[in-house]
Write a protein that binds this ligand. Structure first.
Ligand SMILES: Nc1ncnc2c1ncn2[C@@H]1O[C@H](COP(=O)(O)OP(=O)(O)OP(=O)(O)O)[C@@H](O)[C@H]1O
Ligand SMILES: [Mg+2]
Length: 308
């Protein structure tokens, strides 16, 4: 028995009665109808195949466009990453150069003093040894500074235990003599003597910058009885270090700008304006602390607060 509905309809359309044998004419009509449906099926299949071709081509185009856009984004990301690396490298080099200035000056002053002694036949074995030891110490500091700043932008650096006294004595072993030579009194008042964790070398660079600025202000203003005072204490779970001087302070109209990069009131030769900018990055971004400044009657006070 015929089950297919379409075929049943065609048989009916051809005028065939399934209970009797079909005549030739109705059989031919049936064949024609069947042939027609085959042709229709082939046509529809072609149409479907065509539209599938078109949509898969369109899809390919869209995928290509997306892939291209992705590549462009990746290229731009890479470029931006490289640019920011270059900017970081530039900043790192400027920071090394900034921190090198002081020990380089000390090395050339020490060699000049040796030359002077040789020239005037005043060479003393003990003094010569001390001078060469100092040059070795300053050179070591130059070399350490490169290592310190090579890791400057790395986030996973390790903190170390230290005390403010330890850091101060290490700073003074480098710049102390030049302060004494300029008759600048260093007053130390350590009320907080406990050890705490911090990025010790970076902290040292900040202290050097603050002391160097105080020294510059004292010399520039020809202060009589110049001093730099270092005071430590704790307050609200913070370890605090204050570095103050009697150098006359900072004019109120510029005090807001002193932490900006390249802001300096000194001549181009003696100041780049990077010292406080760098110090602020170290304390606020790396150590998650605070670096502030205020004037008092004889000068200014820089306050460095580190979370304990
Ligand atoms: N202790 C201070 N007394 C008076 N003015 C200060 C003191 N510390 C900083 N300043 C002011 O802040 C400015 C910015 O200081 P910063 O250390 O950033 O740069 P700089 O000392 O001028 O240059 P560089 O650090 O490159 O030698 C100084 O030019 C100065 O005007
Ligand atoms: Mg400075």
């Amino acid at each position: 028995m015929v089950q297919n509905k379409l075929l049943l309809r065609q048989i009916k359309k051809a005028g065939i009665n399934l209970s009797t044998a079909p005549d030739k004419a109705s059989f031919e009509r049936l064949l024609k109808l069947i042939e027609q449906s085959y042709e229709d099926t082939i046509k529809s299949r072609r149409m479907i195949e065509h539209s599938l071709d078109v949509s898969s081509a369109e899809m390919r185009e869209t995928i290509d466009a997306l892939e291209h856009a992705n590549e462009e984004v990746a290229k731009k990301d890479k470029m931006m990453f490289q640019q920011s690396r270059f900017a970081q490298m530039g900043e790192m080099i400027s920071m090394i150069a900034h921190q090198w200035r002081q020990p380089l000056n000390l090395i050339s002053a020490t060699t000049a003093s040796i030359e002077f002694d040789v020239y005037f036949d005043k060479i003393e074995r003990k003094k010569l040894l001390l001078n060469t030891e100092n040059i070795a110490k300053y050179s070591q500091h130059l070399s350490d500074t490169i290592d310190d700043f090579r890791n400057f932008f790395k986030i996973d650096k390790e903190m170390q235990m230290t005390t403010f006294m330890q850091e101060m004595s290490s700073v003074l072993s480098i710049i102390g003599e030049s302060l004494y030579a300029k008759k600048i009194d260093i007053i130390e008042e350590f009320n907080y003597t406990q050890a705490f964790k911090t990025y010790t070398n970076e902290l040292k660079h900040v202290i050097i910058n603050l002391i160097k600025n105080a020294e510059d202000a004292l010399l520039e203003n020809n202060v009589t009885d110049p001093f730099i005072k270092i005071k430590s204490y704790t307050q609200n779970d913070m370890a605090i270090l204050e570095i103050s001087d009697n150098g006359g302070g900072i004019p109120e109209n510029i005090i807001e700008n002193i932490f900006d990069p390249y802001f300096s009131t000194k001549s181009k030769k003696s100041g780049t304006g990077l010292g406080l900018y760098m110090s602020k990055i170290i304390i606020q971004e790396h150590c998650k602390g605070v670096l502030e400044v205020r004037n008092y009657e004889d000068g200014c006070v820089f306050t460095l607060k580190l979370l304990l």
